[in-house]
Design a protein around this ligand. Structure first.
Ligand code: 13P
Length: 252
């Protein structure tokens, strides 16, 4: 069965709650359009805007958190737990984003604990992997990405695999306007699928792999035409409703 396309906006540390609310309302017709075309559509606001975004967005719109803690509660100042997200009807969480790996000591091992906790709660982890410019130039992309996948998914079952989503985001292409070629995107996403097969067996063929890094309305279609790229994780171009609309229209 074909994998359903997924367009996910990662808002990072952008938008106040009022701005998130405005976007969620404006995106309502888009959610209908996406649904009618069998495309999954989502956004990942900051923790503070999750509630208002969930309340105002169309039901079919995915509203994801950008992180979570793996413990249910406790002395972890500044953290947010999975039960807290669940209470707000948030069922998706982005993990291992390169910005969190770089600035917040988010390791693949930590992501593994979070992925397991999310799966135990019947939630969807969107696990990000990707190499830095230095690693890319040293020809280490597959080594790095392979290790991130193997460590992040350690101990997962074939059944667990069915609930996963992966994003490949080369760090050197995030927010830089330097795009990975479609050949690179396909080659790495195809490699990721092979590693996924090692990790979770047959369900690897069902896992959606998104490409991320300077995705724009002008290039999204080319990425999605790659056989192993099932969608996009978009930062900058997901912030304005006009360009978010164009991103969707391009892949219908
Ligand atoms: P940009 O689309 O702004 O390059 O960001 C990509 C990204 O990091 C999405 O998670």
């Amino acid at each position: 069965m074909a994998r359903r396309k997924l367009l996910m906006g990662n808002w990072k540390m952008n938008k106040t709650s009022a701005e998130a609310k405005e976007f969620a309302i404006a995106a309502k017709p888009l959610a209908q359009l996406a649904k009618a075309n069998k495309i999954d559509l989502g956004v990942a606001p900051t923790y503070l805007s999750l509630q208002v975004t969930r309340a105002k967005a169309a039901k079919s719109m995915i509203v994801a958190a950008q992180n979570c803690h793996y413990k249910e509660s406790g002395a972890y100042t500044g953290e947010v737990s999975i039960p807290m997200l669940k209470e707000m009807k948030i069922n998706w969480v982005i993990l291992g984003h390169s910005e969190r790996r770089a600035y917040d000591n988010e390791t693949s091992e930590k992501c593994n604990l979070k992925i397991k906790a999310l799966l135990a709660n019947d939630m969807t982890p969107l696990y990000c992997v990707g190499e830095t410019l230095e690693e890319f130039e040293a020809g280490k992309t597959k080594e790095v990405v392979g290790e991130q996948i193997r460590k992040g998914l350690e101990g997962l079952s074939e059944e667990d695999g069915k609930k996963l989503v992966i994003a490949y985001e080369p760090v050197w292409s995030i927010g830089t306007g330097k795009n990975a070629s479609t050949e690179i995107a396909q080659d790495v996403c195809n490699f990721i699928r092979k590693v996924l097969k090692e990790c979770v067996g047959k369900s690897a063929s069902k896992i959606r792999i998104l490409y991320g890094g300077s995705v724009k309305p002008e290039n999204i279609k080319a990425y999605l035409s790659c056989p192993d790229v099932d969608g996009a994780l978009v930062g900058g171009a997901s912030l304005k409703i006009d360009s978010y609309t164009k991103l969707l229209e391009e892949i219908i």
